[in-house]
Design a protein around this ligand. Structure first.
Ligand SMILES: Nc1ncnc2c1ncn2[C@@H]1O[C@H](COP(=O)(O)OP(=O)(O)OP(=O)(O)O)[C@@H](O)[C@H]1O
Ligand SMILES: [Mg+2]
Length: 241
């Protein structure tokens, strides 16, 4: 479906939590250098999709493929070491640690040690983070926590950045800023796979989109086509049908 060569793919992936069948024959292709979004309502399986990429959930059948290599079944540390980072749902910062310590953790698994150059990159994206380096992460505002969570993920120099509902709980102005940052990160060369319930915003920056409904991909198209799709507009874009 994508024009760019895929960097990350789901090939007929099924996942279960015990007897509960969550992802059902999911096919996803994320082109190198693209922004791809995964849309869907509560409990549709969005977070499970990201956990499956990171090896926190192992497919019962099917494969997750990174650069042509099957990564499903491998340990999470190995997958992260291959260049995948996540900004988790609700940020998940280490609240009693400082901003600087949270950022350092992001650099833990990567090669090289030039932390200062990395900090400079993060400060360019988020000048506010520089002012808060010695503050305990738990005392930051929600918007600031989001910045640190993105910064932490970027410290690993990811090839692919996964984001789980980055706009959740943020005021509209911060949501818009957040999506601008995602675009900047992408323009600097990182492929982005973003999970969202805010379909309008996600599609406005994405190249391609997938819609997940109770674990099944029900729509997959270019972001432009999805924005114009009547079925999509009625179900996800807030239009009364
Ligand atoms: N560890 C688990 N054990 C059992 N069931 C789980 C587990 N994690 C998730 N589920 C179930 O799998 C389904 C999909 O959950 P998931 O978290 O992937 O949904 P989601 O689309 O991210 O939802 P939300 O928008 O609310 O974050 C849900 O029905 C959920 O209850
Ligand atoms: Mg979720």
């Amino acid at each position: 479906m994508t024009d760019a060569p895929p960097v990350l793919e789901f090939r007929a992936v099924n996942t279960h939590y015990g007897p509960v069948h969550v992802l059902k024959d999911v096919d996803i292709s994320i082109g190198a250098g693209q922004i791809v979004c995964l849309l869907g309502g509560n409990a549709s399986g969005k977070t499970t999709t990201l956990k499956t990429i990171l090896g926190m959930v192992t497919p019962t059948t099917g494969d997750v493929v990174l650069d042509g290599t099957v990564i499903s079944g491998r340990p999470t540390a190995d997958i992260v070491g291959r260049g995948i980072s996540m900004v988790p749902e609700n940020r998940r910062l280490f609240k009693r640690m400082t901003v600087r310590e949270n950022l350092e953790i992001g650099a833990y698994l990567r090669e090289g040690s030039d932390l200062e150059a990395d900090y400079e990159r993060i400060f360019e994206l988020f000048p506010r983070v520089k002012e808060r380096l010695n503050q305990k992460a738990g005392t930051l505002s929600g918007g600031e926590q989001q910045m640190v969570a993105v910064g932490r993920a970027m410290m690993a120099h990811p090839k692919v950045l996964l984001m789980d509902e980055p706009s959740m709980g943020l005021a509209p102005v911060l949501v818009a800023q957040n999506f601008e940052i995602i675009q900047q990160i992408n323009e600097a060369g990182t492929t982005v796979f973003v999970v969202e319930q805010n379909a309008n915003m996600a599609l406005s920056i994405a190249d391609h989109g997938y819609v997940l409904q109770t674990g099944q991909i029900v729509l997959a198209d270019t972001a432009q086509a999805l924005l114009a799709n009547p079925q999509m507009r009625q179900a996800y874009l807030g239009e009364v049908g």
